[in-house]
Design a protein around this ligand. Structure first.
Ligand SMILES: [Zn+2]
Ligand SMILES: [Zn+2]
Length: 206
């Protein structure tokens, strides 16, 4: 059996190179652009300075590997974990949007920005939020360049919607129940996000 290929960023497995390439384009689009831009700027910058110094040809050959730039970006991420989140409002599952913490419209509080993955060539957005989503599955991606804890409250602040003991999204004044891996929790915003856990939040009108 052929060995499965894995996405360097989110560890999803793929049967062939084309599937992996499509995944990167669809899921890690922003990073792809940043990587390409970074590579070009390094290549152009070094080409210019080497042309000046007269040392052009030998070093330039070793730079013609786009993978080198990808390494620079990936090295800085210390951990990458995936908790999952489900939100139910009066029994109806709410959609958690894709690209929270990536799309500027879905990234309200930027306090933790400096712990996210650097995207040096995206001038208006030099980082990706350390907590973000790539799709509407409820999987949260924590990719942090600092060894620190992140809470559920951090995620809701980044998204810019409400969550506490009485409010969820645009609903307030009800009963909020929170389960972490099926166990009732009263930590709410202070809950520390962990790899592979399933967090379920339920809002009910009183
Ligand atoms: Zn991920
Ligand atoms: Zn990611």
């Amino acid at each position: 059996m052929a060995k499965a290929l894995r996405c360097k960023a989110c560890k999803s497995a793929f049967s062939d190179k084309r599937a992996l390439k499509n995944h990167n384009r669809a899921r890690h689009r922003v990073r792809g652009l940043a990587t390409t831009a970074l590579y070009f700027s390094i290549a152009i910058g070094l080409t210019a300075s080497l042309a000046y110094s007269g040392a052009f040809s030998p070093i330039f050959t070793s730079l013609s590997q786009p993978a080198a730039a990808a390494e620079i970006i990936h090295k800085s991420v210390i951990f990458h974990i995936h908790p999952r989140l489900e939100i139910f409002i009066d029994g109806q599952q709410a959609t958690i949007p894709a690209d929270i913490g990536i799309d500027p419209k879905l990234w309200k509080n930027r306090t933790l920005e400096r712990y996210g993955m650097p995207m040096p060539e995206m001038k208006e957005m030099p980082y990706m939020s350390p907590i973000h989503t790539h799709d509407t599955s409820g999987t949260l991606h924590l990719e942090s360049t600092a060894n620190r804890i992140y809470t559920l409250g951090d995620f809701f602040d980044i998204w810019g919607v409400r969550f506490n003991a009485t409010c969820v999204l645009d609903r307030c004044g009800g009963t909020v129940t929170m389960l972490a891996n099926g166990v009732k929790s009263d930590e709410y915003r202070n809950h520390i996000l962990r790899d592979g856990e399933l967090i379920r939040i339920e809002f009910r009108r009183r």
